[in-house]
Design a protein around this ligand. Structure first.
Ligand code: ATP
Length: 739
């Protein structure tokens, strides 16, 4: 203890001496500075400034605290829907009307009404087509307005910038302060703004299609895939003339295709009409107003075209993607139902035919005008039977279920080409309000798998049409004769639709990739039991496998024959309807000899006279020799000239016979040529074989040892392998082994 204290006591005087020296030094310097009047003045200023700033900050704190007791403040980010509500609402309150500081931008005011914008709900085209000046509040230009007895100040302290993707202003903020108000006033104000915005149906800001990045969480999305029927419904709705959305649209695809034009008003489309359709892959905004509830909802739509299938030149895998500015699921259900109705209404006057591509997708839909059953020239009982049968089938689903019979019905229409098989199916589809799903088994891309996929992708209640079912595969029963097959003259295509060279030695027929068992399985599958009418047509029923046409698969078989007397008469009458006559009451008179009726100037005739002409025409044409398509082809050359048609029929018949004879000759010649070529090929093959035989034999001898000539069956020589070498025996004949 003593040892510790002693050194400290000794060191203390030294420490005190050296410590006092710097303090005295600083104090001395300070006194010297204070003695300088300029330096002392500067120090006084610094001190005073510090006191004033501290006082200001304390004052601000007190102000903020007391201010928050009397002012309600709210901040709105420019990238948010709430910002749109309040700005549109304040615009309606003319808040910036008297302002003296604006940001002026050129915008299409009809599309996006903003604060101070010219008449908010102007439609596109109502202006001169150029952008309108839109006045927005300048940054940091506060405004004060009165709302329901309260003073509200509004300020935009931070301006935003345009988002690279959506073009919306983001990053800015708007502040409103309600003076002397309570919190409830802010609630009322924001609610009023929101209601006003919804009621006024302002075009909403476009949102990022990736809804995960959309912060409001108040939007719904739906996708309509091309492979589904609903895709056609929504497209029909978007194309329909009464979608007011298109009036606001800015991106169009223009089409003059009749199948697109026909999506306009009901009825036959104007041949020169053009159709404005929503452009592909661009965001479009449509207002959907429900016809049932009358409620309106904004939709943001993009039509995705899918990928181009080069061989069919059609797009597959497309979709219509819709973002709904609501989370109410019933709006979506309403939209789908409205779209479906639009589609069906359209279908009343038209028949939609869906075509399969070679990858097993329903890739294309064409809309054809409906054909009345009355235009079919068939025995009346055939038409009635077909219609009645199909209707009864469609109405008796329950009966089928209860009886445990698969609810499907197969119809086979067979007979000569051009006798009306396809026309019957087309007319029936129109009459029953069904759509046709057409698939060709001869399509090289269709195999068992794609066929099954196609069938399962068709909706319940439709007509599945397989045309020319015989050219798909040869019958197991039929003894197909290659020489006669016209398919030999057809080009071959691979799965992608590219031309393939014919292999001279391999199979040359473009046979279907669908196997008979594959087709039978598809016809019997569960997916074909959903109330579908399956129609198959063929010109060669004799080539069809008996398993394919048995009852249960083909329940109704109708033969189409070449035109008989009554059909010939009927087609004549149909060609020259009385209303085409310029003066139907004028009695028909024969034209002067040598004077032909011009097709542009119809000959006048009356009903009895026309009937007389029709009978004469029918008698002149041999029955069961020509198809209606052929007769139609002839009559088309005599439009509006029944007399000319009758007069010219003889010459036409002679021409037809001549044509037939020439065709038969050509066919026989071709057949003969093919036979010759085949024989030649066979001969050449035999010769090659004969040449190759000795060399082959020598090769064999070399490798396996000598061959002993042996006489078998009356002089026929067979070479048998010998072990002669082993026994020292040589073949000394010196020839090829012949004895
Ligand atoms: N019975 C018929 N009634 C009315 N028009 C017919 C009749 N038969 C043929 N036609 C007319 O002939 C043309 C060809 O008819 P369609 O295609 O229906 O014949 P098809 O029997 O299906 O021929 P294919 O076997 O070659 O497919 C059509 O323009 C159609 O209007």
């Amino acid at each position: 203890m003593y040892e510790t204290i002693l050194p400290i006591l000794l060191a203390l005087p030294l420490v005190l001496y050296f410590w006092q020296t710097p303090i005295a030094l600083v104090a001395g310097t300070f006194q010297k500075v204070l003695a300088n009047p300029q330096a002392s003045e500067l120090l006084r200023f610094i001190f005073l400034g510090t006191v004033v700033e501290a006082g200001r900050q304390v004052g601000q704190l007190v102000y903020d605290y007391t201010g928050s007791l009397f002012v309600v403040r709210a901040e709105f980010g420019t990238g948010d829907f709430a910002y749109d509500w309040v700005t549109c609402y304040m615009d309606s309150q003319r808040v910036w009307h008297e302002s003296r500081s604006f940001k002026v931008v050129a915008r299409n005011a009809a599309l996006r009404p903003k604060h101070g914008a010219i008449a908010g709900k102007a439609l596109l085209g109502a202006t001169d087509g150029h952008p309108d000046p839109v006045y927005e509040p300048a940054q940091a230009s506060p405004a004060l307005f009165r709302w329901k007895g309260y003073w509200i100040s509004v300020n935009k302290p931070t301006a935003g910038y345009a988002h690279y993707d959506t073009g919306n202003e983001v990053g800015g903020k708007l502040v409103i302060s309600i003076l002397g108000g309570k919190r409830q006033v802010l609630d009322d104000f924001v609610n009023a703004a929101r209601e006003y915005y919804i009621e006024s149906r302002f075009l909403p800001r476009r949102v990022n299609p990736d809804l995960d990045k959309e912060p409001s969480g108040a939007l719904m999305s739906a996708e309509f895939k091309q492979s589904d029927s609903s895709y056609e419904w929504i497209l029909a709705y978007l194309r329909s003339a009464n979608v007011n959305a298109l009036q606001r649209g800015m991106h169009f695809t223009i089409s003059t295709k009749q199948s697109d034009v026909a999506w306009g008003e009901p009825g036959t489309p104007d041949k020169h009409a053009v159709r404005f359709m929503p452009a592909h892959a661009t965001q479009q905004q449509f207002l959907f107003t429900s016809p049932t509830t009358g409620r309106s909802t904004w939709l943001q739509v993009v039509v995705k075209p899918g990928d181009l299938n080069w061989s069919t030149n059609a797009y597959v895998g497309g979709a219509v993607s819709i973002i709904l500015h609501t989370t109410d699921r019933s709006v979506l259900a309403d939209l789908i139902e409205t779209a479906r109705q639009t589609y069906l209404e359209h279908g009343v006057s038209r028949v939609n035919v869906h075509l399969a591509d070679n990858r097993g997708e329903w890739a294309k839909t064409v809309s054809k005008s409906r054909r009345p059953m009355s235009t079919l020239i068939l025995p009346t009982d055939v038409k009635e039977m077909l219609l009645h049968d199909a209707r009864e089938f469609l109405d008796s689903e329950q009966w089928y279920n209860e009886a445990g019979i698969p609810h499907r019905r197969g119809y086979l229409l067979y007979g000569e080409p051009g006798t009306g098989k396809s026309s019957t199916i087309h007319a029936l589809a129109g009459e029953l309000g069904l759509e046709i799903y057409f698939v060709s088994l001869a399509n090289p891309g269709i195999d068992d798998y794609t066929l099954a996929k196609l069938i399962s992708d068709t909706p319940a209640r439709c007509i599945l049409l397989i045309e020319d079912i015989d050219c798909a595969f040869p019958s197991r029963d039929a003894d197909a004769e290659e020489d006669d097959d016209p398919a030999l003259d057809q080009p071959l295509f691979d799965k992608d639709g590219k031309p393939m060279p014919r292999n001279s030695s391999g199979p040359t027929l473009p046979k279907s990739n669908v196997t008979l068992s594959g087709l039978l399985n598809v016809l019997d599958s569960v997916s074909s039991e959903e109330g579908r009418l399956m129609f198959a047509t063929t010109n060669h029923i004799e080539n069809l496998d008996s398993a394919l046409i048995r009852a249960g698969r083909m329940d109704v078989k109708i033969q189409y024959r070449l035109a008989d007397l009554s059909q010939l008469e009927a087609v004549f009458m149909r060609f020259f309807p009385l209303e085409h006559s310029s003066s139907p009451d004028v009695e028909f008179s024969d034209p002067p000899a040598g004077q032909q009726h011009s097709s542009s100037r119809p000959a006048p005739y009356t009903a009895p006279k026309l009937a007389e002409l029709a009978t004469a025409f029918a008698k002149a044409v041999p029955a069961h020799t020509y198809s209606i398509a052929q007769i139609q082809g002839y009559l088309l050359t005599k439009k509006r000239d029944p007399v000319g048609a009758l007069e010219g029929v003889h010459a036409w018949l002679v021409g037809q016979a001549e044509e037939k004879r020439a065709m038969a000759e050509l066919k026989a010649k071709r057949k003969e040529e093919r036979r010759r070529r085949r024989e030649q090929r066979e001969r050449e093959a035999k010769e090659r074989e004969a040449k190759a035989a000795p060399a082959k034999l020598a090769e064999q001898l070399d490798s396996e040892g000598p061959v002993l000539p042996v006489l078998v069956n009356g002089g026929k020589v067979n070479g048998i392998h010998s072990d002669a070498k082993d026994h020292g025996v040589e073949n000394g004949s010196g020839d090829d082994g012949h004895a």
